[in-house]
Design a binder for this molecule. Structure first.
Ligand SMILES: *Cc1c(COP(=O)(O)O)cnc(C)c1O
Length: 362
């Protein structure tokens, strides 16, 4: 059966690989011969445990994590991590460094203050509306960790390379670029990512934490807010979001087996982003909002000559089967989110549409 499917440029929840959706559809009534859906089986069943183990093993392989790293699945989204990180990692008298590169970093900084922890904003790109990634940052010697947002979903910027923190463990919100390119895990103490941008549906946040950071977790925290609860019980202290974790497992399998791993995925992502940035660089009509050296390969943000044209662009694109191109309500303009599951074909179709729209309206 064929279905009506659009080219999906939504920022999150976002496109999932068609092959993953088809597997979910095909297995939804009878998961692994259980006669039940994945949404109906026990989280303590061997079938679900196999899903969880496979998701963890694939994460380790894809990111090259050694056994000091624990892969956890936590509910509450990336937003809950904004509070859990300082609660778990900052003890009496500790301080952490934060780099403010836009909406999500700003929220992370705010939450740390709400839970009564001391954090220092060591760099910010707020002076130019977060159009760039700060350079040559001096991190504080002895900071408990240094927090960055690796890809700024709303402002359309991305760290091309990770900053040198001088040995301070790096903590990164990778919600919108996890698994989009290979990483060197060495500098990272903690990585977190809400699944709904690049690795699955909403409902689960992947947290990768190194043992030495886990050792800092105070025993006094409530069980559900403590990383050690999840690491000690393999994310099965209480009922986890089984369906969301199953979808994540399938996305990771697709990444390894169909896309050929993160090197290959990154090459495709480079090509996709280049199609749109090259078009903008050769046009007076479309204006990228991020500085060229800070551009995101996941969220391409741009403006048209007027807000009326932007409205028309989004409406006409939608009529042409290209969805989700409206910029975030806080910044306006347009944004094409081109995560892993958005194909080169989809981005090429968008580039064609943009050229035609410019001819007709420029
Ligand atoms: C979407 C997003 C968030 C918020 O994620 P929730 O899962 O909705 O809490 C945080 N950080 C980044 C970088 C995001 O893109």
């Amino acid at each position: 059966m064929t279905h009506h499917r659009i080219y999906n440029f939504n920022p999150g929840p976002a496109a999932l690989p068609l092959a993953v959706l088809e597997t979910i559809q095909a297995t939804f009534l009878d998961f692994e011969g259980t006669g039940m859906s994945i949404a109906e089986v026990s989280h303590r069943s061997r079938q679900f445990e196999a899903v969880l183990d496979d998701a963890i093993a694939r994460t380790r392989r894809l990111l090259g994590l050694d056994d000091r790293y624990h892969v956890l699945f936590i509910q509450g989204g990336a937003s809950m991590q904004f509070a859990m990180i300082p609660m778990n990692l900052l003890g009496e008298g500790d301080s952490a460094d934060y780099v403010n590169t836009g909406t999500w970093s700003t929220k992370a900084i705010k939450e740390a203050a709400i839970v009564g922890k001391t954090v220092k904003t060591v760099a910010s790109s707020e002076d130019r509306d977060f159009r760039y990634i700060p350079k040559d940052i001096s991190f504080s010697k002895g900071a408990a960790y240094a927090h960055i947002t690796s890809n700024n979903t709303i402002k359309g910027t991305q760290w091309a390379a990770m900053p040198d923190t001088g040995g301070v463990p790096l903590v990164a919100d990778m919600s919108s670029d996890i698994m989009s390119r290979p990483i060197d895990p060495a500098p990272f103490g903690l990585i977190y990512a809400g699944a709904q941008k690049n690795i699955g549906p909403a409902g689960v946040c992947m947290v990768i934490i190194r043992q030495d950071l886990l050792d800092r977790v105070p025993k006094t925290l409530p069980s559900m807010l403590k990383y050690t609860t999840y690491s000690e019980k393999k994310s099965l202290y209480n009922t986890p979001p089984c369906f969301a974790i199953y979808a994540v497992q399938l996305v990771l399998k697709w990444l390894e087996e169909t896309m050929g791993g993160l090197e290959k995925m990154a090459e495709v992502n480079e090509k996709k982003a280049a199609l749109l940035y090259d078009l903008m660089d050769g046009s007076e009509f479309y204006r990228g909002t991020a500085d060229p050296d800070s551009r995101s390969r996941m969220n391409v943000t741009f403006r048209l000559p007027s807000e009326d044209l932007e409205k028309r662009f989004v409406a006409k694109a939608s009529e042409a089967g290209l969805g989700g191109l409206k910029g975030h309500r806080s910044v306006g303009g347009c944004r094409a989110s081109i995560y892993n599951a958005t194909s080169l074909e989809a981005v090429a179709a968008l580039a064609d549409f943009m050229r035609t729209f410019e001819k007709e309206n420029g």
